[in-house]
Design a protein around this ligand. Structure first.
Ligand code: GAR
Length: 208
């Protein structure tokens, strides 16, 4: 059984998709063991509590620097024997030490088709604002492993979503979540927990 930690900063709709998938039995061999927020009072914490999952808050400003903050996160996760870290709208940067401690065991969801609209500064609603400004007709979501580069790790799953006339960033964000994010993330987590993801350089092979 893989113990899963979900790291959050906000509303936690992707966390909810994972909790719902777990309740349906759609994450065989996986168990959401803890939800970690870097933002006190984030609504995602309430979702965890409702589902009976342990939640903790680790605030960056309680530590002298990023390295100390990330070391504290690593300690909390290792203490609980976490085998998979899921970044579900976690908006704080993780350092190299963190990434090395969980190499090929950190999964992130990003609201665009990487390599479009990703990297430093592209998060949340901003991603959809940029896509609309650029006038693309199709966007989507990507689930990928996290490495040292921002949104540069091996891609696990992607799903395209149409942009429609009159879309606002908010409308588009909701469509991308409903049609892509809330499906892809639980799917990728289930594949990981079943040992079906094989990383080959920057490519991920999905085993039958
Ligand atoms: C989601 O759209 C997620 O893809 C995005 O933040 C939102 C969090 O929503 N993540 C990023 O932009 C990471 N670069 P949620 O808290 O409702 O899951």
């Amino acid at each position: 059984m893989t113990k899963i930690a979900v790291l959050v900063s906000g509303g936690g709709t992707n966390l909810q998709a994972l909790l719902d998938a777990q309740a349906r039995g759609d994450i065989p061999n996986g168990e959401i063991a803890v939800v970690v927020s870097n933002v006190p009072g984030a609504y995602a914490l309430e979702r965890a509590a409702k589902a009976g999952v342990e939640d903790i808050t680790v605030r960056k400003k309680d530590y002298p620097d990023t390295a100390a903050f990330c070391a504290a996160l690593v300690e909390e996760l290792q203490k609980r024997d976490i085998g998979l870290v899921v970044l579900a709208g976690f908006l704080s940067i993780l350092d190299e030490h963190f990434v090395r401690c969980f190499e090929n065991r950190i999964i992130n969801i990003h609201p665009s088709l990487i390599p479009a609209f990703c990297g430093k500064g592209f998060y949340g609603l901003t991603v959809h604002e940029r896509a609309l400004e650029r006038g693309v007709k199709v966007t989507g979501a990507t689930v990928h492993f996290v490495n040292e580069g921002a949104d540069e790790g091996p891609i696990i799953l992607q799903k395209a979503v149409d942009i429609l006339p009159g879309d606002t960033p908010e409308v588009l964000q909701k469509r991308v979540m409903e049609q892509a994010e809330w499906k892809l993330l639980p799917q990728a987590v289930a594949l990981f927990c079943q040992g079906k993801l094989k990383v080959e350089g920057r490519r991920v092979d999905i085993l039958p």
